[in-house]
Design a binder for this molecule. Sequence first.
Ligand code: HC0
Ligand code: SF4
Length: 580
Amino acid sequence: SVKLIIDDKSVEVPKGTTLLDAAKELGITVPALCHMDLSGIGFHSSNASCRLCVVEVEGRRNLAPGCTTLATHGMVVKTRTPRVLNARRINLELLLSDHPKDCLSCSKAGSCELQNLAETFGIREISYPGEMSSHAKDTSSPSIVRDPDKCVMCRRCENICREVQGVGVLTAVNRGFESVVVTAFDRDLDTTTCTYCGQCVAVCPTGALSEKDETNEVIRALADPFKTVVVQVAPAVRTALGESFGMKPGTLVTGKLAAALRRLEFDYVFDTDFAADLTIMEEASELLDRLTRHLGGDTDVKLPIVTSCCPAWVNHLEKRYPDLLDYPSTARSPMQMFGSIAKNYLAEKISVHRKDMVVVSIMPCVAKKAECARVEFSEDGNPDVDITLTTRELASLIKRFNIDFESLEDEDFDAPLGESTGAAVIFGTTGGVIEAAARTAYEFHTGETLEQVDFDALRGFDGIRSATVDFAGIDIKIGIAHGLDNARVLMEEIRKGTCEFHAIEVMACPGGCIGGGGQPFHHGKEEIIRARQEATYTEDANKVIRKSHENPHIKKLYEEYLGKPLGEKPHRLLHTHYFN
Ligand code: HC0
Ligand code: SF4
């Protein structure tokens, strides 16, 4: 370790620690725009490009960037001298001089890191007015809007897209004044291999990347007297929405969420968790079907089965692994199963034509906006899910409707599409879908009661995890990856024929949906994502029923309407296919 002094305080840190991290040990925050540290979930970005983290190091002539300068023994560092503060202010003003000034109407207003820094540094005028760079806005994608004029060249998006997702759609081009992060040949996003995972949006400090805002479409639908408007909420939303109202990360707001949706005057307030239970019924049955055939000597059967409920993962699979499209489960995602059940079963039950029903999804995800627009999830041009909003967009709607979120009394979701189990809740975190599937597949396969429903071996934040589950004498090998580049490792094993897993779960976003691109901004605070995961497991543990196949409303839906899992009706309404 090395010992050094920062702002007159002594600190000892391991060799290789940056000055920024050493200062953090002392509780000293050094501002930064390009730096973001989420190492615990596999992401770290420091390009030393924003130069806002400069510090004075005794004996050095130039100021040093705190994010890339390593602490050495005996160093004396100062983080808030007039020279340091002045340099940071000048660097900030230079960034602002070539930044649009439409803060009032910017998509990032209120959460912009650049705006916050300008406020912190007391900037009241821009000292360097002059030429502004100009790039076209890209609205081609159903999920993401790119506004390169707002790019500050921090390159977090480029790093997360290349290093964590292994996609590499975004890249810095040009030099000096002309430098900007764009797609290859500056092509529209919808013509690239972008998966719409939205992780670039999640880490962008400014309004250069944001989700496509569809709040006004929902307001219009809610005001239309001829429409029955049905809403569903994804598992991970309840673990994070409170943050948008100043609540502590990890605060579960399930009851307030249902209440707020009712205040928004949705006609039916339902839960995607219900459909997550439904997904497990189909996916666990599919796993067992493939497994039984495999054990029976069928060499054509494709194992491992790969989860397919994450839409960014599906986009990536189709583009990157067109030769492996027989491996993903054909079960639709919970969101799309919900849409299908709403526009078929529910519509019939309440005698509403599907064209007069609007299904709105609230998701922690931006890729879900593109998923609901896929043609295979529509009938005669009418989509099963009409509009998808992110958690952030829902927060904005609640504020616009003047609802005092914090003081809302807890309410329940409506029945029957609002009832769910603990298994559905954990869909929201990495490892949760496969744990939920294991709970049901175990009981379906063995006919015995699973006493210990917590599969601790499947939990955690390691990018790639594996575990073996004993299904009454048969060892079921399970693999988990979150972050698309981690998924690559497992997919390449399948390609080479060396993969030993029977089932694999992939979620595109680090942490799973709790870390989704549509969640309230974490601003690089890893503890926020960890708190959301804890909340997820707490909600599961608090549920009376924790196995999907024990959900009474799911049982009834099969008895009354669907028949058997993997049967004709489920095949038509709940399964899908993949394209390359
Ligand atoms: Fe997820 Fe989902 S769990 S993808 O992570 O499977 O977005 O929260 O809604 O559909 O249920 C996101 C979250 C969902 C779906 C569910 C799955
Ligand atoms: Fe890359 Fe995901 Fe952003 Fe697309 S949405 S550019 S894949 S990080």
